[in-house]
Design a protein around this ligand. Structure first.
Ligand code: ZN
Length: 317
């Protein structure tokens, strides 16, 4: 990259963060980093904390420069206080900054700390998304919206599909700060509106993920999925919009509209590849639908037996 996309700067109330050094277009890869430290999840979960912290400290101390300095320069959080680590900053840094990075199904998760990546602060409406590529072992950060020069880069540390109070409590419990992102800092009536949309999203997801009901009954069908896409957009959840497009593709295919199903599946692929990478079951799932909607499991699945029976009954009468 000729011009660096970001600079590291002190941000009031947040220690440091990364700011866009120039305009960044949606879809641009902002960075890809291999881990400074990767720890087997079995060690994280299985070892007594003091033993784990000791091993981690020794490992971090033996990193070559400049990685060692970069690691020990990462932020620690006051939310991490369930273990009195004394002078063992490595443990605090790990607990604050580690990401779960899965390599493959069936293998234990690795917990990884990345320089730079760990500098990106949290936002409940993040302008960046990340995924760990198990092939290159790199953590990739992409812009999910156009970002202006000087804007802070943010990723989501928590599931953004939660109410304001739930997000606030989680962020505070795990990282020890109060979220002041644009979504959380809205006037109360707009926060209430946002919470209402979150509840609608959760309700729609529950309804649409029930594949046993006929279209239109119990709130399923393409119109419900269109509403879901709209709610994701209104909540600024651009890093997750592929999840709504996925449901929309299934609903259109479920009523036998292969063309509209393909359109939604294309959008799901476009956005999903960006933020999740190619190694995801939903990606191969959507590729099958795009290739031939009628061969996909969801073809006319909402036009179930019950619906046909009802139609027959009506015809009979
Ligand atoms: Zn927030």
């Amino acid at each position: 990259m000729a011009v660096p996309a970001w600079t590291e700067q002190a941000i009031p109330g947040k220690d440091v963060g990364l700011l866009a050094a120039r305009p960044i277009r949606r879809g641009e890869r902002i960075m890809a980093r291999t881990a400074a430290i990767m720890i087997d999840g079995a060690a994280v979960d299985g070892l007594p904390v003091a033993a784990f912290a000791g091993l981690l400290h020794d490992a971090a101390k033996s990193l070559p420069e400049p990685h060692r300095a970069q690691f020990f320069n990462l932020s620690t959080s006051y939310g991490v206080d369930d273990y009195d680590s004394g002078e063992n900053d490595a443990y605090k840094i790990f607990a604050t900054n580690a990401f779960r990075t899965g390599i493959a199904d069936g293998l234990p998760d690795l917990h990884s700390v990345f320089r730079d990546v760990s500098r990106i602060n949290h936002g409940c409406q993040p302008n960046c998304a990340y995924f760990f590529d198990p092939v290159t072992l790199a953590h990739n950060i992409f812009a999910v919206v156009d970002i202006m020069q000087g804007e802070e880069l943010t990723v989501g540390y928590i599931d953004p599909i939660q109410t304001h109070a739930e997000r606030k409590a989680k962020v505070h419990r795990h990282w020890g700060f109060n979220c002041t992102c644009a979504r959380c800092a809205q006037p109360p009536r707009l926060v209430a509106e946002s919470d209402d949309r979150v509840r609608s999203i959760l309700s729609l997801l529950g309804t649409l993920d029930d594949y046993t009901t006929a279209a239109g009954s119990n709130g399923t069908g393409p119109a419900a999925a269109e509403l879901l896409v709209l709610l994701f957009e209104l909540e600024g959840l651009q890093g997750r919009i592929h999840e709504a497009e996925y449901r929309l593709a299934l609903e259109w295919n479920g009523v036998g509209d292969g063309l509209r199903a393909t359109q939604a599946a294309r959008r799901c692929l476009d956005r999903g590849l960006l933020v999740r990478g190619a190694e995801q079951p939903f990606i191969s799932n959507m590729r099958i639908l795009v290739a031939d909607p009628t061969s996909h499991w969801s073809w006319k699945f909402r036009l179930g037996k019950k619906e046909n029976d009802k139609t027959d009954e009506k015809k009979g009468k």
